[in-house]
Design a binder for this molecule. Sequence first.
Ligand SMILES: *Cc1c(COP(=O)(O)O)cnc(C)c1O
Length: 370
Amino acid sequence: MSATATAERVFNFSAGPAALPLPVLQEVQDELLCYPGAGASVMELSHRGKVFIDIMEQAEASIRSLLNISDDYAVLMLQGGAALQFSMIPANLLRDSGKSAQYLLTGAWGKKAIGEAKKEGTVDIAYSAAESNFDRVPTAGDYQTDDNAAYLYYCSNETIQGVQFQSEPQTGADVPLISDASSDFLSRPLDINKYGLLYACAQKNAGPAGVTVVIIRRDLLERGSESLPGYLNYKNHASNGSMWNTPPTFPIYVLGKVAKWLQNDIGGLETMEAQNRAKSALLYGTIDKHPEFYLGHAQTDCRSMMNVTFNLPNEELLGQFVAEASKQNLQNLKGHRSVGGIRASIYNAMPHEGAQALASFMDDFANKNG
Ligand SMILES: *Cc1c(COP(=O)(O)O)cnc(C)c1O
């Protein structure tokens, strides 16, 4: 990357597609015209050739190693984004099951998932935080589990509202737990054995848009009906190593590099989590320091480590905050149109200095205008 291009990079608080680690971008740049030994760009290689198959296998191996995923699970790399999973999950696991599926509704993405699931079968919204404007997640006892449910679905981190589960929710006995982990995938260790299926689109915390990782317990592969459209049946992807059709080769290549960066540069997910905690503590600490001025959206014990959401006393100050921050190279801080306010997304690739710069800007801004 030219020195000018690197120097012009801002602290990018975009919720997604979001910042990528600079060393990853630099490697991609180095290899863009000619992947080492291939004589062509990754984008120009057959997905069935040895070079790309190696890239894909390495990407999968890195993800398996980071999350300690056993062979009881298939790791799929699909297209269609997280949104297609809203439909694929109930199409495979709810349709014609004679059961209902439990959903925990804690924000905008869960709501969309429920809308799609209703097209496939009966949905039991076991918990909803709608009444408190999605500022919290449930604790055990806030809802009833159903031992006969097809699965229990939740979104581990609601990207728009900035609320996050600190641990897995309760399910009925032997009911598969399903998680939309799009915006906190690879941000912290987790025990994959607690899940039936966990998925994430890459463009928040793991790579560019275009690939969605689906980790599915192999016994669940048998539940999809043969009459499903081929692309929608998980079994087709699992039995063809995610090459039932042409996979998104370039996004998979970058995803693999991000996973390698997590392994080698960061040193694994425990270290990554510690860094993410430190970054989010800086921002929440600043919010708490000025409680009359910064109005945090999430209840304290449900605060997201990835998306920090808060409001200011009025629209005028909000506009001023965004404009002044932007002048200091702190960009893409405007909250989602449905929630308003500020949203600072501080995924894995946001350096500590970025969170520090924002925290000190917030401190100054509150002292000047509070
Ligand atoms: C961004 C996001 C989605 C939607 O992802 P697409 O790839 O645009 O379909 C779904 N769930 C969560 C938690 C997200 O952050």
